[in-house]
Design a protein around this ligand. Structure first.
Ligand SMILES: [Zn+2]
Length: 176
């Protein structure tokens, strides 16, 4: 295997905190986690131990990374809309690459029990949706300034009306 982070070829089998088996790069301490082994591990740990994160996350720099098993480009997974953490995911190998410190970050975010969900299309779509909703909100805020809060309140109110469509049509038909 070739390390996707530092190109070292020296790996050793290890267990990261909580006993999760992984292949660890001896040079940069990043780990490859097989999702199948991850799922088996999680089943044995109904209450995943929570530990405070101590290490700073090494947030990846935006360079393309290749799966150490298949040599294919790995996908970059967002764990949520706000946190800068990105995980490298190989769909073909069903494995996730974690840089040194990223497991601790996952624990501090309480996402370490959801590694396979994070890799799902559903999770990634919802992160993207949240990001695009937020971009739209920001654009509207910039556009309407102080009126935005009132506008948002009206929208929330309208969303709860059974005849929302008619109300919107009525508002749209108002003369200037
Ligand atoms: Zn490495």
């Amino acid at each position: 295997m070739i390390c996707p982070a530092c190109a070292s070829t020296h790996f050793q089998s290890t267990r990261i905190e909580g006993g999760l088996p992984a292949e660890q790069c001896e040079a940069c301490r990043g780990v490859l986690v097989d999702l199948e082994r991850y799922r088996a591990w999680r089943k044995t740990m109904p209450a995943v131990a929570l530990a405070a994160a101590t290490a700073e996350a090494s947030v990846t720099d935006g360079a393309v990374r290749l799966c150490p098993r298949t040599g294919r480009i790995m996908a970059r997974l967002k764990v949520d809309n706000h946190h800068p953490l990105r995980l490298d995911y190989s769909a073909a190998a069903q494995a996730i690459w974690l840089d040194a410190g990223e497991w601790d970050t996952l624990m501090s975010l309480d996402f370490h029990g959801q590694l396979d969900e994070i890799a799902s299309d559903r999770w990634q779509a919802s992160v993207q949706e949240a990001a695009s909703r937020e971009r739209i909100e920001q654009a509207m805020q910039a556009r309407f300034g102080d009126d935005f809060a009132e506008l948002a309140r009206m929208r929330a109110w309208l969303d709860g009306r059974p005849n929302r469509g008619e109300m919107l049509a009525f508002l749209g038909a108002l003369k200037d």
